[in-house]
Ligand binder design. Structure first.
Ligand code: PLP
Length: 417
């Protein structure tokens, strides 16, 4: 199909040309004397992304799933009790990983569309007077339902219960797109991957551990080999890795961090919020609702849009893909068929997102959903127009319209181009 594929799944996200170019390079010796400058700079700058001075960042050739495992095996022993909340497919898989690693996971079921409940966490931890619960596992942004949880409030709940449990946060679809503060929010393990906010292909697992989490390695008995942070700490100290790193992905990560810093992390968060809000205006104009049940849970990286009863959300996705070259996210597990998702994270702007909203609108009509064509696009466009930054250095004199110039007999060359 001519034209670009419009990739609007919530990861992998679009890889900017700058990052593609940065990764396009010959292999090099990862044990050379000049190599350490690259990882050392990345480790230091990742700490700024995670907003930590005390913590330490790690990069593995892995994915977010691998970082769930790395965070747990380096801090826990088989049979350790941890508390978790299931409110979507990714919190479910985090729980599943912990169980497969031999942890005793207490799961509290939360309706899909809601987020982590700080009051319940506080009550449960207060009841745990013997401090048997060693960790609290929370997914910051549940990509399956488009729900963002309040991690600061979760930390406050743990502190209010005067409980020593470590706080493990899955930030796979939030880090580098939504505010996440390791030090200020008392996060002990922040977990992510390369293919979302970092705008890279999948292939890097990125982890940030607090000093308390690193100290827990001393007593943690879970077997670990590839994911042993001890090997990383020793090798990373000199700018190397305990194995062959993915050199193109490291150069890509370097470029991605540079791009995030050039825009400014706060501006990156603001951009995501604004783009998400336009998408939400479109959903409201369609007369549809989000899976997220209240505004406090609305995700600025992904909108999960409920389709009317009797319609299969998978059909919207299939038509969008085959007819309009638009990739939308599917409903997963419990919400399969009930929704489709628009990923709005990473490298995107108003017009690219308006393309996705237009494609979703057309595909919905094609499968029989009675949305008015243009309604979502119009609502989002109006929001983007009315909230656009003023034009810096705009000319004070109005620019003469081209047609008017032509009428005055200016040559074709002057009005063309
Ligand atoms: N956690 C969340 C919130 C995710 O969205 C994903 C993937 O989409 C994962 C974990 C798993 O990450 P990966 O696919 O990189 O292993």
């Amino acid at each position: 199909m001519p034209g670009r594929n419009h990739l609007f799944v919530p990861g992998p996200t679009n890889v900017p040309d700058r990052i593609l170019s940065a990764m396009h390079r010959p292999m090099e010796d990862h044990r050379s004397s000049s190599f350490p400058a690259l990882p050392k700079g990345i480790f230091e700058d990742l700490k700024k992304v995670f907003k930590t001075e005390a913590g330490q960042a790690f990069v593995f050739p892995a994915t977010g799933t691998g970082m769930w495992e790395a965070a747990l095996v380096n801090t826990r022993s088989p049979g350790d009790k941890v508390l978790s909340y299931r409110y979507g497919q990714f919190s479910h898989l985090f729980i599943d990983t912990a169980r497969r690693l031999g942890l005793d996971v207490e799961v509290i079921e939360i309706p899909w569309g809601e987020g982590a409940p700080p009051d319940q966490i506080e009550a449960r931890l207060k009841a745990d007077t013997r401090h048997e619960i060693k960790g609290v596992l929370v997914v910051h942004n549940e990509t399956a339902t488009g729900v963002t949880s309040d991690i600061k409030a979760v930390r406050q709940a743990i502190d209010a219960a005067h409980h020593p449990a470590l706080l493990y946060v899955d930030g796979v679809s939030s880090v580098a797109s939504l505010p996440l503060e390791v030090d200020a929010w008392g996060i002990d393990a922040a977990i992510t991957g390369s293919q979302k906010g970092f705008m890279l292909p999948a292939g890097l697992g990125i982890l940030c551990m607090s000093p308390r989490a690193l100290a827990a390695r001393d007593s943690a008995k879970c077997p670990r080999a590839f994911f042993d942070l001890g090997d990383q700490i020793r090798a990373n100290a000199t700018g190397y890795f305990p194995y062959t790193p993915s050199i193109p992905l490291l150069y890509g990560l370097r470029e991605a961090i540079d791009m995030l810093f050039e825009e400014g992390l706060d501006n990156v968060y603001r951009r995501h919020h604004r783009l998400a809000e336009g998408t939400r205006r479109a959903v409201a104009a369609w007369g549809l609702s989000l899976c997220a049940k209240a505004p406090k849970w609305y995700s600025d990286t992904v909108s999960a849009i409920m389709v009317p009863a009797g319609v299969n959300g998978a059909e919207v996705i299939d038509v969008a893909y085959r007819r309009y070259n638009l990739a939308l996210g599917a409903g997963l597990s419990e919400v399969a068929g009930k929704l489709f998702r628009i990923g709005h994270l990473g490298d995107l702007n108003e017009l690219s997102l308006l393309g996705a909203i237009a494609g979703a609108e057309m595909a919905m009509r094609d499968v029989g959903i009675q949305v008015t064509l243009g309604s979502g696009v119009g609502a989002a466009a109006e929001y983007y127009r009315s909230t656009a930054a003023p034009l810096a250095g705009a000319a004070s004199a109005p620019v003469a319209p081209r047609a008017a110039t032509a009428e005055k007999g200016t040559s074709r060359v002057a009005v063309g181009a």
